[in-house]
Write a protein that binds this ligand. Sequence first.
Ligand SMILES: Cc1ncc(COP(=O)(O)O)c(C=O)c1O
Length: 377
Amino acid sequence: MKPKTRLIHGGIVGDEATGAVSTPIYQVSTYKQEAVGKFKGYEYSRTGNPTRHALEELIADVEFGHAGFAFGSGMAAISSVMMMFSAGDHVVLTDDVYGGTYRVINKVLNRFGLEFTFVDTGNLAEVEAAVKENTKAIFIETPTNPLLKVTDIEAVAAFAKSKGLLTIVDNTFMTPYLQNPIALGADIVVHSATKYIGGHSDVVAGLVVVNSAELAEEVHFVQNSIGAILGPQDSWLLIRGLKTLGLRMEEANSNAQKIAEFLEGHDAVGKVIYPGLESHPGRELMQKQATGFGGMISFDVGSKEKAGELLAKLKYFTLAESLGAVESLISVPAQMTHASIPIERRGELGIVEGLVRISVGIEDVEDLIEDLENALK
Ligand SMILES: Cc1ncc(COP(=O)(O)O)c(C=O)c1O
């Protein structure tokens, strides 16, 4: 089955009970039992719900995993995966992970005795050097947010396997349509489904896919214990979002490539970071492990003030946190998504004050380029 077909025909299609073509929204918390413990697969919606289950089967299918799990947000998904570990366990992570991941690790999960080391996972030697006796997993984000640094998933997963460690990949930026970490050797994939999978700026959600029955049991145990589940309405919205993910990603890829090339040739713009540009050091690796370069571009306009001027003049790029929607969005990471990262650390990473990040939507690219051209004048 080809990727666009799998997004529509994967998982559970429709409803066995009624023949409904679209999975119904089972807005229900509990289920009638014929006798104590005798029920039709569902007993309580924190543990399992048919609409959520249909989404979980679909995401497992499109990520080539064993099982999927739907959470109330990407952060709930990431935190729940981390809660499979115990006090004294150590995890190695990509150094410029999403700000919220950095925050939950340094301000919440550290309270429970988990240990973390941040390295440039694009450099395998750094990953190898960071592994200690108590290391249990390597957590990768690729390409990263907002610097779009690329990590070789296959190489890290092979190294992790040789040491008996889990490989966890945040696949939010690439989506299951463009990159499948489990097929490259990873054990767990996480998504902020708030982004491309939902795709319409109308739902906050997270997804986890695991590659084995043992991991599925552990993630389900944590999810059911903590209760970080996604409701049936939002699960339905994600099923709907996934059906058009292929079309939306094709459009976002193509628009972003043209916009990145336009920005790279513009005098008012400094460095342009987009994995589809010849100038991007991770381009070849992206071609090896993904089927597109995605819709995210970061570029430097020189200062916080210039970034502010640009934002004020744009018509079609909405100033907002988040990404991956049909409408183009723009943000200034240092003041928004990455404000929770201390300023010194932002400096070390290269998240400068004038760095602007755009999430290219599926509008007509000629309008988007004209808008940027007028605002940059
Ligand atoms: C790469 C990445 N991972 C995780 C998250 C967190 O997801 P959520 O906002 O759905 O909790 C985000 C949010 O921006 C993200 O960009």
